[in-house]
Write a new protein. Structure first.
Length: 245
């Protein structure tokens, strides 16, 4: 696992975006896995700048959403599909028909999850997966558990996750209680992973992820077993690791 400590959020976003941009130049038809939330906002902003400067193009890239809330339609302002539309599709040349989303309103969610895995396989697998880190140590919505869930599946969200994500909604009651997410196996199947972590609030959990035991109670710790992970973290997020040294 490569850890790159950056001065601040902007530097972290720029460095990570340069990494993605390099891969896009080498393989214009790159298959991306796409996280949402506050961590990757900067990377999407930087990618949009690079597209505007004609330094890269996303027109041939394919994207797979990392996760989606259950019960929200794609046009709901807090759905992850809507987020990607706003922060990626509307500001770059990424084509809407190339973005695969998880159907959070599917009643037959089991079939939706199976179909999602098939879509990822049919695309040749994920080349580059962009991840954020949840306060609970989750990646996607894989919450702490006694096992690592393998495939795309439905999860009940932890109270802490609901509380943390309430900042995007008018009230905590509006935060969906369940979500669909790529499984840990789906995530580990990506050929390359970028994990973005910023802010002092993530310092404790990042330290656990980087230096604690690899266990399903800290889902992101499994990334230490992946061959090609780069963690881009700002100094605040790294503070618990660096202060100990
Ligand atoms: C959310 C999402 C994840 C995201 C993580 C961190 O709940 N399910 O995909 O990466 O939690 O969110 P943030 O970047 O807003 O801290």
């Amino acid at each position: 696992m490569k850890v790159i400590t950056c001065k601040d959020y902007e530097t972290m976003s720029q460095k990570a975006a340069d990494d993605v941009a390099q891969d896009l130049r080498e393989k214009p038809g790159l298959v991306l896995g796409l996280a949402t939330g506050s961590s990757p906002l900067g990377i999407y902003r930087c990618l949009a700048d690079l597209v505007r400067q004609e330094s890269i193009s996303c027109s041939r890239a394919t994207g797979f959403q990392l996760d989606e809330y259950c019960g929200l339609t794609p046009d709901h302002p807090q759905s992850f599909h809507h987020y990607l539309k706003e922060h990626l599709l509307n500001v770059t040349d990424f084509r809407e028909e190339h973005l695969h989303g998880l159907n959070g309103t599917a009643t037959d969610w089991k079939s939706a999850c199976i179909s999602y895995e098939e879509q990822i396989s049919a695309a040749g697998g994920i080349d580059l997966l962009i991840l954020g880190l949840g306060q609970t140590g989750h990646i996607g919505f894989n919450e702490p558990d006694n096992v690592f869930p393998v495939h795309t599946h439905r999860v009940k969200l932890e109270k802490e996750t609901i509380r943390s994500n309430a900042r995007f909604f008018d009230s905590p009651e509006q935060v969906p209680r369940a979500a669909l997410t790529m499984g840990i196996g789906t995530i580990m199947g990506a050929r390359k992973i970028i994990l973005l972590v910023n802010g002092r609030g993530k310092a404790g959990i990042l330290k656990d992820v980087l230096t604690g035991s690899v266990k399903p109670q800290i889902p992101a710790s499994i990334l230490r077993f992946h061959q090609n992970v780069t963690v881009y973290a700002d100094e605040e997020a790294m503070s618990a690791v660096t202060e100990e040294k």
